[in-house]
Write a protein that binds this ligand. Sequence first.
Ligand code: UT7
Length: 332
Amino acid sequence: MGQTVLRSRILGTGHYLPEKVLTNAELAERVDTSDAWITSRTGIKQRHIAAPEEASSDMAAKAAVRALEAAGVPASEVDLIIVGTVSPDMQLPATSVFVQQAIGARANCPSFDLAAACAGFVYGLSVADAYVRSGMASNVLVIGVELLSRIINWKDRNTCVLFGDGAGAALVGPADNPERGILSTHIYSDGAQAKSLCIPAGGTREPLTQELFDANKHLVHMVGKDVFKYAVKALASSAVEAIESNGLSGDDIDWLIPHQANIRIIDAVIARSGVPKERCYINIDSTANTSSASVPIALDQAVRAGKVKEGQNLVFCALGGGFAWGSAMVRW
Ligand code: UT7
């Protein structure tokens, strides 16, 4: 156990998007949909799709290596790996152990998966912050990774147009300046509508049978309207909570980085949080919804584009299946 520290901060970020891109027009050749419908209802124009030989841990490891390089910290110094994912390499063991091997972390480095769906990265950041501030860890790798193209029903136009593959990562460690770093995290869950977004079969509740497999119950099912309504309220309120709990207003925020699920949800969060629209980072057009990878991919893109500057106030917010949601305020 090391010394307690006042704050943790993000030391480096990285992301990985598979090379293959699937456009709305290409998708419209497979299912009964159109570029016009997808664009107007969601803001999505294309999504990245993993290669057949790629698994979640491969993408996670690539994002993690980039975050470590950005931080200037070798993999041997990582002392906890948290992988937010609902599309693991296998049901058992955790995807995190494959990441540990792939990046060359030390042999006994603790690691675990965290299943908070689209809120996986924000949840992971909250855990990492607590570990670093308590002195229990100095370098925590937080990864959000999803290979959703392998767990969605490509015949269901209600879901298949929405999702994409990718990974994002951040290394969290002690802040040398207490004015900077993770100022707050707030995480929540509400199981009352758990079935609005779920994979019904393949777990212990409904072990997979041929019949369930034929009915595609091993793939993502979503009641889009229910998720939409909940997301607007919960995402906006968690963004507002991040801002107000730090004594700030929407105008004080330099970058709002929301979960990229639907441009109409993002617009509602912008309106309710009071953050000026031009300060909201949006990439849903090119990535679609990458669930737990969405916030860290957007963050890393913004960082690498030179948009994020020291001292700026950043708000992250995300919501997904569970429902699980949360927010974080970071002073860069
Ligand atoms: O990451 C968190 C998890 N996910 C989300 O946050 C997603 C939240 N939900 C949503 O983003 C939206 O509810 C959707 C984009 C999924 C759907 O948009 P909507 O405006 O709620 O559409 P809808 O489900 O009410 O469907 C409207 C119409 C329906 O036709 P009818 O019944 O009006 O004739 C659908 O059958 O649009 C039809 N439709 C489509 N048409 C063309 C649904 N999907 C498609 C499609 N292409 N892909």
